[in-house]
Design a binder for this molecule. Structure first.
Ligand code: 2IT
Length: 448
């Protein structure tokens, strides 16, 4: 058995109840095989054994009192996975599905994603199984305050810098920051990113993940001698990420033919208008979590209950923007059958390993999420820079930097593909390009 397979076997034996974590680890480690063939010194330093083991995992109780006066208890997590190239950096997810496996998969992906941005940020992730759906503003505030009352002792602007993810947006970051400031008694706004503009947030951070995903796609299309203008898109989700993507795609002359939610998808045959895209924010902040609201409000749209867009909406490019494992093997088969040529993954790990293999074997170009969605965390790192120098940059400045970062990620991946003879396999190239810098930093820093 080769080195990578040995480490993977051991990982499976030691973490048998963590399917999402093992899925991400398998995908990444298989992609890294050529690196270890080229660098036998990595095996001697047990680099991979150290890379897959988180530096630290914090799990804690989050007690809070709901509006009826009843005591509620949730689980809280922070996975501080790898700090070889910078302080731990990654979002907080509040969703009932959150467990240790999901936290570890997200944190592991985040290490390579953050490395790809070329900015000095390590990998981390956190969150809670708290369900924000149907909660009042006061309940969300009390929950966030309790969550931070434990988390604060594990984070500082130089140690670990959380941000948002599913279920954590500007409102939650505000409450979390308020409580952090109150406990430590100092104004350290670099401890969280995704803040409001009035207290140290960065312009373009809300748009960054969706804009970055579109800028990455622009590079991929350029490589093929094409552009976004006139192309049609099927998006899933209707949160912050798909909102930003819909905005930028539409601005660049593409047409967004659908978005989706847990209740089904909405087909928009003429493409989303600016009013519809703006309405996504209203739907999200309503806390209803129903995409049907869009079809109820706008004529010329159709709500399809209980279905995903994949294989049902014909478009040039598919962009999953909802959550992990939204493209299963049956969806992959439907995608191939429909003749879809590009899947631009935006949500973290939207495709199962089986579905990914099927898509690639059948000639679908998959742009991997750890590269495609890196614009979000990249602008978070730019927010940290602005906080450090106590200045705010203009919208144009941040957007130009984001574009440059996404183009650079594409260039790094293309270079890794060339170096390792991978053709234009962006999935394999992204793993290798992201890992390279982390591996070099870990080797330089000794056995830690
Ligand atoms: O998955 C992600 O990259 C995020 N949720 C953003 C993380 C961040 O620190 O901005």
């Amino acid at each position: 058995m080769n080195y990578v397979e040995k480490v993977l076997e051991n990982l499976k034996n030691k973490n048998p109840n963590e399917p999402e974590f093992l899925q991400a680890a398998t995908e990444i480690l298989h992609g890294l095989k050529p690196v270890f063939e080229k660098h036998p010194e990595y095996e001697a330093a047990a680099l991979l054994e150290r890379f897959v083991e988180p530096e630290r995992v914090v799990m804690f109780r989050v007690p809070w009192i709901d509006d009826k006066g009843k005591v509620q208890v949730n689980k809280g997590y922070r996975v501080q996975y790898n700090s070889a190239i910078g302080p731990y950096k990654g979002g907080l997810r509040f969703h009932p599905s959150v467990n240790l496996s999901i936290m570890k998969f997200l944190a592991l992906e985040q290490i390579l994603k953050n490395s790809l941005t070329s900015l000095p940020i390590g990998g981390g992730k956190g969150g809670s199984d708290f369900d924000p759906r149907g909660k009042s503003d006061n309940e969300v505030m009390r929950f966030c305050q309790s969550f931070m009352t434990e988390l604060y002792r594990h984070i500082t602007p130089d140690r670990d810098v959380p941000a948002g993810d599913i279920g954590v947006g500007g409102r939650e970051i505000g409450y979390l920051f308020g409580q952090y400031k109150r406990i430590v008694g100092e104004y350290k706004n670099g401890v969280l990113t995704g803040k409001g503009i009035s207290y140290g947030g960065s312009l373009i951070r809300p748009e960054a993940t969706g804009f970055g995903a579109t800028y990455f796609l622009v590079e991929v299309l350029k490589h093929k001698g094409e552009s976004i203008k006139g192309k049609t898109f099927a998006l899933s989700g209707f949160g912050n990420v798909s909102w930003g993507a819909a905005l930028k795609i539409t601005e660049l002359g593409g047409k967004v033919l659908c978005i989706s939610g847990p209740d089904g998808y909405v087909h928009i045959p003429n493409g989303m208008t600016k009013e519809m895209i703006d309405y996504m924010l209203v739907m999200r902040s309503s806390g209803r979590d129903k995409v049907q609201d869009l079809a109820d409000k706008f004529a010329g749209t159709t709500f399809v209950a209980g279905k995903k867009p994949w294989g049902n909406v014909k478009a040039d490019i598919y962009m999953p923007c909802a959550t992990q494992n939204e493209i299963l093997i049956a969806d992959a088969e439907a995608i191939v059958k429909m003749g879809i040529k590009i899947v631009n993954e935006v949500s973290n790990m939207p495709t199962t390993n089986e579905a990914m293999a099927y898509l690639q074997e059948h000639g679908v170009l998959v742009c991997p999420s750890k590269a495609v969605n890196a614009g979000g965390v990249a602008v978070s790192a730019l927010e940290m820079s602005q906080n450090s120098e106590r200045l705010s940059w203009s919208e144009e400045e941040v957007d130009a930097k984001l574009k440059g970062i996404m183009a650079n990620i594409h260039a790094q991946i293309a270079k890794a593909c060339e170096e390792y003879n991978l053709g234009y396999n962006l999935v394999a190239g992204a793993n290798i390009a992201g890992f390279k810098k982390v591996a070099e930093a870990m080797m330089a820093q000794g056995i830690v």
